[in-house]
Design a protein around this ligand. Structure first.
Ligand code: HEM
Length: 401
């Protein structure tokens, strides 16, 4: 006689404090490390919450990231259907996935990203000048966090960045668990329309940007179709800007809450790279981005994820696992061996992680140095948290200085 399946819990679980993983994760790790859940789409799936299990799962060749599989555990109907239609390479498997990833990797190496530092610094200074000139109170998410992340990715790709809110809306709709397939398709259709025009332009007149490079090296020789190129550019913009916006906004809120940490960074700016990694670990904004399907039965912590079931690797669960991190809730910029999984793990590990680190370092350092009087405008509980989006973050953060 087979053992009855446990009653599924509802997923996603909410964070009480924005800087801590949802409270339930601690109980999941100790009592139910491979837990059955019901998703907002009413489908069932499994969530894995221990550090070792998350890394094992994400590096297991028997798991698939193919969004067209029937039990793929997307958190919204819109994501599931639009993903199956547009096939972003983050939601595909080898050999297709490897081909697109290889197209992007050379652009995001440590060396290439290091060379972007002066340009990113100049852009951040310009955005901060504009924010300060506009006067406070202002919404920090729109005026700084979104402006920085969107400008940097647009400049790299060669997309005009006149309309920063347009890109924010595209991700807001495509990443929301409440969006319908039609809404997601319309938002992505708008983005692909803009990108298609740019691809056509760069075919005629290549420039020194990523779109031109991919058009010349991949599209013109026939290695990819226009549709595949648009999907790759689209996912790079979407994946690159929402996550980085959230990290800049949440890190700033955390530093506003913690004058001691602010002071530590001001006294010793060389701590900034380690501080960025610690903030990535603590905040784990991409907590439930790694969505997979087990292609075969997979055993973790003595439990089995049955073949063909959906499974989600909880990055915040792993990054707050006390078996791996001493006092995981403590924000410690001097933490050693901080092998967090905020950028995922395995073959889909974030392509843009070096760029993300550079952006965060420059955005936070510049802010602390140039606006030491930055403070919340209004009450702490007026900060608007985004609970229903693929990436955890802030919708609005009113600040003044
Ligand atoms: C703090 C900022 C960021 C965080 C926390 C983050 C997090 C992640 C995570 C967790 C994954 C793996 C998803 C999975 O396993 O299914 C991922 C993949 C990806 N990220 Fe990021 N990311 C960030 C910034 C960026 C930036 C700046 C870019 C591009 C410029 C970018 C581009 C991508 C792409 C293209 C993938 C897909 C990789 C693949 O499937 O092989 N990300 N990211």
């Amino acid at each position: 006689m087979s053992t009855p399946l446990p009653t599924p819990r509802d997923f996603p679980m909410r964070r009480g404090c924005p800087f801590v993983a949802p409270e339930e994760y601690a109980a999941l790790r100790t009592e139910d490390p491979v837990a059955r859940v019901t998703l907002p789409t009413k489908r069932e799936a499994w969530v894995v919450s221990r550090y070792d299990d998350v890394r094992e799962l994400l590096s297991d060749p028997r798991v698939s990231a193919d969004i067209t599989r029937p039990n793929f555990p997307a958190l919204g109907e819109g994501e599931q259907e639009a993903g199956a239609r547009f096939r972003p390479f983050i939601r595909t498997d080898a050999p297709e996935h490897t081909r697109y990833r290889r197209m992007l990797l050379p652009v995001f190496t440590v060396r290439r990203v290091r060379a972007m530092r002066p340009a990113v610094q100049a852009r951040v200074d310009e955005i901060l000048d504009a924010m300060l000139a506009g006067g406070g109170p202002t919404d920090f998410v729109a005026a700084y966090a979104n402006a920085v992340s969107t400008s940097v990715i647009c400049e790299l790709l060669g997309v005009p960045r006149e309309n920063l809110e347009f890109f924010r809306d595209v991700t807001r709709i495509s990443g929301s668990r409440h969006s319908t397939a039609a809404q997601v398709s319309e938002a992505l259709g708008g983005l692909f329309g803009l990108l298609a025009e740019l691809v056509a332009q760069r075919r005629d007149e290549p420039r020194d940007d990523l779109i031109s490079k991919l058009v010349t090296e991949q599209l013109v020789p026939g290695h990819v179709t226009t549709e595949q190129l648009l999907s790759t550019l689209g996912i790079t913009i979407n994946a690159g800007r929402e996550t980085t916006t959230s990290m800049i906004a949440l890190s700033t809120l955390l530093l506003l809450d913690r004058p001691d940490l602010r002071e530590e960074l001001r006294r010793d700016p060389s701590l900034m790279p380690a501080a960025v990694d610690e903030l990535l670990r603590v905040l784990s904004v991409a907590d439930s981005i790694p969505l997979r399907v087990a292609a075969e039965d997979i055993e973790l912590s003595g439990r089995t994820v049955p073949a063909h079931d959906g499974v989600i690797a909880l990055l915040a669960g792993a990054n707050h696992d006390p078996e791996q991190f001493d006092h995981p809730e403590r924000v410690d910029f001097r933490r050693t061996d901080n092998h967090h999984v905020a950028f995922g793990f395995g073959v889909h590990q974030c392509v843009g992680q070096h760029l993300a680190r550079l952006e965060l370092e420059i955005a936070l350092e510049t802010l602390l140095r140039r606006v030491p009087t930055l403070r919340l405008a209004g009450e702490r509980d007026e900060v608007v948290v985004k609970h229903d989006s693929a990436t955890f973050g802030l919708e609005e953060l009113r600040v003044t200085w």
